[in-house]
Each structure stands twice: as structure tokens, then as C-alpha cells.
Design a protein around this ligand. Structure first.
Ligand code: SAH
Ligand code: SF4
Ligand code: F3S
Length: 434
């Protein structure tokens, strides 16, 4: 049997796209292998969000050269956001790559493979925009949880961000299709669904019959047997009171919101084209805290944006101290070709940016640890997800925190009651309650 090997970088959207690739290849008779050396087709699904992602990709493709030299019939396919971004450039740098396919060309993969076998040349197939989605056609890699896109692309053009250029304009998937797929997943045993979009809060505005994300969530929460609903990512500029209400009113919508702050200074937020002020952001946090019980709030923050001065960075530290995020994903600004921020003057030396970054990370780790300690000696329902650290197994609390505990792999996919015994900055440790 022909075998495929697939590797995924980047966000949940890419994870989902890989599940689509898997579905499409399996329909063509390919079987998944985790052994790259035994594969006939290698698919690398790439990310482009920061320069580091590209560098990692380049190192990785370089390593595939040896495999290709040993077996000329092996097909190396590069897809995803860096493929969309770099196009033929990847072939110039790595002529041994067989197929480059864009984020809007996934469904064409089988025909591209056939074409490549007939031709002597490598292929680069990139559409600039479009809707290449059959929401039902994917291979869910877990049998108890799933990710489901509600929209693809992004219209926000945050000035630092490459995503709108590599994913195209925001297109919402029809609510009926999302609900149908969610019901099917639940009937197959899925108990947790994460709805995914670059900005879920602007969902539905482009539909023939506009629907809000709050309405969609409310409909999905009615599905019998669906125990946990999550969603990412919420953009602060589009979050609505209705959304906060729907979360607070429905038990199966989890008490976790990922709300990227990006920066705490109004000057920088404006330069980033984020569409909200620090005051707006703090008001949303206040509303969430008032309405949603014990809501975990996580965020993304960029430091070293062009023009950011110490006083701007201190505005970020200030918000971090006020909000006390449960977790923050922190990044040093990375200049992306073609984005508006690429052209902004940047006179802060990298050394200084790194110092600020480290200061932020230290502060956030301290806060995360203090917040996590509040869970110790309390009991929570946990969905067991997989293997954790040092032979332990790993589960997730409703609020999205991870807990490690001693247990059997047969618990994976099941709910257990866990007592939290210890807290670290990034996870908890616990024991099963009998
Ligand atoms: N759509 C999501 C984020 C997608 S990218 C949202 O708007 O929240 C994930 C995170 O990567 C962003 O939130 C941002 O913090 C970070 N990021 C994006 N572009 C970046 C860049 N050029 N440099 C550094 N970090 C970046
Ligand atoms: Fe990028 Fe902004 Fe869109 Fe998020 S909302 S994907 S950060 S442009
Ligand atoms: Fe990366 Fe593309 Fe996601 S750039 S973060 S994989 S949308």
C-alpha cells in the first residue's frame, strides 16, 4: 500500500488542513505512516507567521534531500502558509521538492501528484484566494475531540501580520454546515469541539443570511452529547456582550477566552491597526470577569514592535499586572515582507527588545504560577487527552488548564475527577479521586 507521512507546523487551522490532506490522500488509497523513511509521499504543512517559522522550514526541507537522493520516486510536497508565501522561491532553493501547493489548493493534491508523476518537472500550484472547503471531508485524528473551522482567512490586516496575505479574505462557513458536521462528530463519539477562526467574533457577517458567532455558539451548544465547546481566536475589537452572555449561560461552553492583547500602549495598538484601545481591552476583561464565573483568560503579546519605547512596553507590563492572565504567549516582533509594519522605522536594538521580552516572560510566569496555585487542593472534572510528562497522563480542565496525573492510557477520551495537588507556571499536577 502507498504510504504518506505528514508533518504540521503553525496553528489549529493548519492542523485542520492536515486532517483534510489526510482524508484526501486516504481516499486515494494512501495509508498513514509515522516512519518518514517508509513513505511514498511526504507532506509538510508549513507556517509563515514569524521569520523563525520560515527558518525552521528551510532547515527541515534541507534534511529531506538525503531521503530523496535514496529514492527518486519519493514525492515531497510542501503546502501551507509558507508555501503560499514563498511559492516558486522554495523550488529555487530546493529543486528536489516535487510539489508546492497553496492554502487554497488542498483539494487538488491528488491531481497534482498524478501530474508530477507524468511530468519531469516540479510543480508549484498556488491560487491567491478562494474557498476550497468541504467541511465534512477531513480525518479527525482523535476520536474524542475535534477542531472545526467556522471561517477561513482574515480581513483585519493587523500591520505586523502575514496571515491575511497567505490565507486570503475572511469567508464564513455556513452555520448549517458547521452544525451538521458537529452533530456527525458527536454521533461518532466526539465530546469536545474547538471552533477555529482567525477572528471568530467577526464570524457570519459575510453570509447571505448574516449570523453572529454568539448565535452559532448557542446553536452548537444545543447538540446533545456535546460536553465541551471551545473556540479560538477572539479579537477584542469584535467581541460582543452577546458572546459573553452565551458563554455564561451555557454549561457546555467552556470558561476560557483567548483574547490577544498584542500591546498595552495605545500608540502601539494604533500602529498595529488593532482597532481597540487599552481602555477598551480592560473594559472587556471587566465584563468577562463579572459575567463568566472563574473564566481563564489567555493572551498573545508582541514586544519590540517598531516605534515601541520603554514607556510603551511599560504600558504592556501594566496591563499584564492588572489582568493577571492565566497564560500569555509572547513573541518578539518579526518583520514580515509585504506587511505594513515591514516599512515602519525600527530603531530599538534587538538586544533591548530581548531584554524587554525576558522581563515580560518573567513577570507572566510569576503571575501564571500564582494563579495556578489557587487551584491546588480543589477538585475538577478533567477530560483525559493523552500522555503527559514522565510517564503521567494528561488532561484538561474546563478552563483549559492542563493537569498531569498518574493513570492509565485507557482513560484517554474519558472524564475523570481530579484533585489538584501541585502547581507550576504552565501546568498542574493532580491525582484521580476515587
Ligand atoms: N488570528 C489570531 C492570531 C494569529 S497569529 C489573532 O488575531 O489573535 C498568532 C499570534 O502570533 C498573534 O496573536 C501575534 O501575537 C503573533 N504574531 C503574528 N504576527 C507576528 C509577527 N510578525 N511578529 C511577532 N509575532 C506575531
Ligand atoms: Fe493576523 Fe490580526 Fe488577522 Fe489575527 S486578526 S490573523 S493577528 S491580521
Ligand atoms: Fe501560521 Fe498560517 Fe496559522 S501563518 S499561524 S499556519 S494561519
Amino acid at each position: 500500500m502507498k504510504k504518506y507521512y505528514i508533518e504540521t507546523f503553525g496553528c489549529q487551522m493548519n492542523e485542520f488542513d492536515s486532517e483534510r490532506v489526510a482524508y484526501i490522500l486516504e481516499k486515494e488509497g494512501y495509508e498513514l505512516t509515522n516512519n518518514i523513511e517508509k513513505s511514498n509521499v511526504i507532506v509538510i504543512n508549513t507556517c509563515a507567521v514569524r521569520e523563525k517559522a520560515k527558518n525552521k522550514l528551510y532547515g527541515h526541507i534541507g534534511n529531506l534531500k538525503k531521503l530523496k537522493e535514496l529514492r527518486q520516486d519519493l514525492l515531497i510536497c510542501i503546502g501551507g502558509c509558507s508555501a503560499q508565501n514563498l511559492k516558486e522561491k522554495i523550488l529555487e532553493d530546493f529543486p528536489f521538492v516535487d510539489i508546492i501547493f497553496g492554502t487554497h489548493n488542498i483539494s487538488q493534491l491528488p491531481e497534482l501528484i498524478l501530474k508530477r508523476k507524468e511530468l519531469n518537472n516540479s510543480i508549484c500550484e498556488i491560487k491567491n484566494d478562494g474557498f476550497d472547503y468541504a467541511v465534512n471531508d477531513f480525518k479527525n485524528i482523535y476520536n474524542f475531540k475535534a477542531c472545526l473551522p467556522v471561517s477561513i482567512g482574515c480581513n483585519n490586516y493587523c500591520s505586523y501580520c502575514i496571515v491575511p496575505y497567505v490565507r486570503g479574505r475572511e469567508i464564513s462557513i455556513k452555520p448549517q454546515e458547521i452544525i451538521k458536521t458537529a452533530k456527525k462528530l458527536v454521533s461518532e463519539g466526539v465530546v469536545e469541539i474547538t471552533l477555529v477562526g482567525q477572528n471568530v467574533n467577526s464570524y457570519g457577517k459575510d453570509l447571505e443570511k448574516p449570523v453572529t458567532f454568539a448565535e452559532l455558539l448557542s446553536n452548537i451548544s444545543q447538540i446533545n452529547g456535546l460536553k465541551r465547546i471551545r473556540f479560538i481566536t477572539s479579537h477584542p475589537k469584535d467581541i460582543s456582550n452577546d458572546l459573553i452572555d452565551v458563554i455564561s449561560e451555557n454549561e457546555n461552553i467552556m470558561n476560557h477566552i483567548h483574547l490577544p492583547l498584542q500591546a498595552g500602549s495605545n500608540k502601539i495598538l494604533k500602529l498595529m491597526n488593532r482597532g481597540y484601545t487599552r481602555e477598551d481591552y480592560l473594559k472587556i476583561i471587566e465584563d468577562i470577569r463579572t459575567k463568566i464565573k472563574n473564566c481563564c483568560i489567555t493572551t498573545d503579546i508582541i514586544t519590540g514592535f517598531p516605534g515601541e519605547l520603554r514607556q510603551d512596553f511599560e504600558d504592556t507590563l501594566d496591563i499584564v499586572k492588572r489582568v493577571r492572565f492565566n497564560r500569555a504567549f509572547t513573541f518578539i516582533f518579526s518583520k514580515r515582507n509585504g506587511t505594513a509594519a515591514y516599512y515602519l522605522e525600527d530603531n530599538v536594538p534587538l538586544k533591548e527588545k530581548k531584554e524587554w521580552f525576558n522581563e515580560l516572560v518573567l513577570l507572566q510566569n510569576k503571575i501564571s504560577l500564582e494563579e495556578n496555585k489557587k487551584f491546588v487542593n480543589k477538585n475538577f472534572e478533567v477530560l483525559v487527552e493523552g500522555e503527559g510528562n514522565k510517564g503521567l497522563i494528561e488532561g484538561r480542565l474546563e478552563n483549559n488548564l492542563i493537569v498531569n496525573f498518574d493513570g492509565d492510557k485507557s482513560y484517554i477520551g474519558k472524564f475523570l475527577n481530579i484533585e489538584i495537588t501541585q502547581a507550576k507556571s504552565f501546568y498542574l499536577t493532580g491525582k484521580i479521586l476515587k
